[in-house]
Design a protein around this ligand. Sequence first.
Ligand SMILES: *Cc1c(COP(=O)(O)O)cnc(C)c1O
Length: 465
Amino acid sequence: MNWDEFAHWGKHIADWGAFYHKTLRDRPVRAQTRPGEIAAKLSASPPDQGEAMDAIMADFEAIVMPGMTHWQHPRFFAYFPANATPPSMLAEQLVNTVAAQCMLWQTSPAATEVEGVMIDWLRQALGLPAGFTGVIQDSASSATLSAVLTMRERATGFTGNRDGLSGKGALRIYCSDQVHSSIDRACWVAGIGQANLVKLPATGPTYGMDMQALEAAITADLAAGHIPAGVIAITGGTGVGASDDLQAVLQVSRTHDLYTHLDAAWAGAAMICPEFRDQFWVGVEGFDSIVFNPHKWLGAQFDCSVQFLADATPQLNTLKIEPEYLKTTGDAVTNYSEWTIPLGRRFRALKLWFLIRSYGLDGLRIRIRNHVTWAAELCDGLRDMDGFEIVTDPILSLFSFRCPGDDAAQQRLVDAINDDGRIYLTQGSFDGRKIIRFQVGQFETTRDDVMLARDVIEDVWRQVK
Ligand SMILES: *Cc1c(COP(=O)(O)O)cnc(C)c1O
């Protein structure tokens, strides 16, 4: 393909994108395909001769699109949102076009410097004190792994990377039983082990870590000769939005000199609204590491996960490596690849710059506030429905419910709703029971979209009960 053809197809795809988004409401939210159906339509072996772009694009529309679940659909109420706002998408096209590797300052000074400023814009937007720095990672999973590795190194006097972990004793990490599976995996990969991830019961109105249980676990571990290394707190857990009492977590952590990481992957975006900080984030400035995903609720498309650090030194002491071929000369600069596990990095900050300038913080806040208001309204609507039970009340824009019947009945309803296609919901579990989750966070969702969910749930329920 030459660059003239690239320009032609680039315009075509931009037009296609606008059409796609304008007609999204009319499509079923979840793909209505069976396993293997799409693969069977693809050529089983690669072509020897190049093909025309017309044919490739036609197949994209005919074969690929019917197999897509529409994460940008205004009635996507499953999992958590994954907003790709227009300014963010345009920035990504520019990033794709320039296609730079932004591992060192020198390998694209603008990428590093825009990233530094965007981290600071978001720091201010989230009400974190000056002094916090940070880095953009691909995902919260990577940021949490970086934090867990830092806990490990700090607790072993920064000897784990050098000597390995054998003979070091059991390093212990504490969290509630509401944490995301990325915390488990970080502990696996860091060599800490699932058995040393101590999960404490969640209690109270926001399902926070039981503080007495935390204190007791640490005391028992010290008595057993284990090495407490860190605490991972959450704001807005994946299941039901569980949120820890941050001040209480910090108090215990400080007493035992533990490194603290806060997973606010989803809910962090809402903290651009001061009223939600008052509700969920009192004390947040005491954390060593905080992760939140602008690629969920804020409008920057995947991937874009921000990790804030009160002091970057321990993480740099954990991850920085400088072989000769990566050395640069000159003034002191930030080389962000030293802050993370992968070396290569995309220019992710550009979409934040486009996004925040285009909407302004107020434009982003209004959407988040609307989502929270509408979720509460829908929750009240379902509460009034015969035999339906609200299992967990809204935390921000997430709540969970059950229809009458056993766990199998919940799954039947979820599957039937998703086959219907007007809305998309997913299940979860809480207190040993299957629940149906509802969250709203898509940028183009209207109040009518949310209210329609009640009608669809009632309608499909009548059909399957
Ligand atoms: C989505 C989510 C994660 C994982 O985020 P990735 O960026 O996909 O790794 C972790 N924790 C919470 C609370 C989440 O909502």
